[in-house]
Design a protein around this ligand. Sequence first.
Ligand code: T5A
Length: 207
Amino acid sequence: MRGYFITFEGIEGAGKSTQSVMLHNYLLQNNKKAVLTREPGGTTTGKKIRDILLSHTDEIFPPTAELFLYEADRSLHINNLIKPKLQEGFYVICDRFTDSTLAYQGYARGLDIKTVKEMNSIATEGLKPDITFLIDIPVEEGLKRISREREKDRIEKEDLNFHRKIREGFLKIAEEEKERVIILNGTEKPEVIFKKIVEILKNRNII
Ligand code: T5A
């Protein structure tokens, strides 16, 4: 018995958390076993890694250090939560996963793509999502949404060009993995996006 692994990806403020929560609630209301988690920070130790990654520092923070920390967080997450829950037959919904590492540390920070893919594969022990929803919105819109709510973290504070590279990176990943990665228009209303998600999951016999 194995559950389904569903991930949400996108730039800052795209609406990933909103849709993850909606899907989690929908599954629970339909009497399914479902767990909602996120990266970084899906485990107790992972939360400490998240603090390191997102808090501001005066020290140089090389992309390689970022990569190792995101992958360390992922390895903990895979072993303590994702794999055990899937084995128990749960739907595991994860807000960000390996595509974020490829888009941020690979396409935006400029680390070698093949190396990032290898590191992802080591950290996940080969586990891939059954389906990934890429919520796509223009960078300006995403940043506008988050700046209305809170102070920006270390990564959100990067310039517009950096965020554009992330969006392009995600679109490239979706182009390369059309079967797994579904692009959704994040400028539509949350309810409209969610209706499409449910439709797609039903069509694929996932729910
Ligand atoms: N990172 C992460 C890496 O660099 N490498 C990695 O490997 C990984 C895993 C994580 C940071 O780490 C980086 C990426 C990130 O910089 P985070 O706090 O988890 O940081 O940041 P985000 O995942 O980007 O979370 P955000 O809250 O910024 O964005 P969401 O989840 O996409 O957006 P959400 O749902 O919280 O919505 C934001 C606002 O928009 C509204 C919401 O109500 C909210 O106000 N909204 C909409 N408004 C209009 N229309 C819609 N359809 C809307 N949907 C939501």
